[in-house]
Design a protein around this ligand. Structure first.
Ligand SMILES: N[C@@H](CCC(=O)N[C@@H](CS)C(=O)NCC(=O)O)C(=O)O
Length: 219
């Protein structure tokens, strides 16, 4: 049995979305980010990233984490690649070359895109996108994202997907990271392949189911 530790308003969306794509039966254990709580260590605090019970699962105190028939895996990209490989089907890499590229693009997104993309989403989440300070932060992050997004755009122009010619775990992993920059309209407009590919990924029923759960979760 698969247990996903996470919150929908977190990087755990990646794993919830994938579990839905794969049609997996899973148990979701809500773990809130400690920063969302006034006193995360209070005896009556809900399970959170600083709770000793969760630190026993992930000593880094970060979500998502999974336990799959006794196997604990942390790090969202590793979790998703593991689940896809385990369950196979069209979302999984079918060859060693596809596996290399699924891993490569997942690392690419996590290391070359995520930090700056998160800056854009947090400016938007704080309602500062229209302030001078927010606009400057978005402009700086957008400039730093231009090269990796140009690389993705050129890559997507060939087949419309990250690996081979079908939607795989690599598309899901990369899409969930690029989503953090999606509100930067001027940036996205420069990369039409990325924009269209992201919107297409987000039109998938499993994404919509995940997104409905995310929207229902308290901000
Ligand atoms: N590299 C990790 C990062 C995980 C991470 O930073 N998760 C955030 C939520 S999106 C977290 O748990 N933060 C803990 C906190 O804010 O207390 C991964 O991809 O799984």
């Amino acid at each position: 049995m698969l247990t996903i530790y996470g919150a929908y308003r977190s990087r755990a969306t990646r794993t919830y979305w994938l579990a839905l794509e794969l049609g997996l039966e899973f148990k979701s254990v809500p773990v809130l980010q400690a920063r969302r709580l006034e006193n995360p260590l209070a005896p009556d605090a809900p399970l959170n990233t600083l709770s000793p019970a969760f630190l026993a699962i992930n000593p880094m105190g970060l979500i998502p984490a999974i336990e799959d028939d006794g196997l604990v895996v942390i790090e969202s990209m590793a979790i998703n690649l593991y689940l896809a490989r385990k369950h196979g089907g069209p979302l999984a890499p079918a060859t060693l070359a596809e596996d290399a590229h699924a891993t490569m693009w997942s690392f690419f997104a996590a290391t070359e895109v995520e930090t700056e993309a998160l800056k854009i989403s947090s400016v938007a989440a704080m309602g500062k996108a229209d302030t001078d300070e927010g606009k400057t932060q978005i402009a700086v992050a957008s400039r730093l994202l231009e090269r990796p997004l140009a690389v993705l755009d050129a890559h997507l122009a060939a087949t419309g997907f990250m690996v081979s010619d079908r939607f795989t775990v690599a598309d899901l992993n990369v899409a969930e990271i690029v989503r953090y920059a999606q509100s930067a309209d001027a940036l996205m407009a420069k990369f039409p392949q990325v924009k269209a590919w992201l919107e297409s990924a987000q039109s998938r029923p499993a994404f919509k189911t995940m997104w409905a759960s995310r929207s229902a979760e308290q901000a």
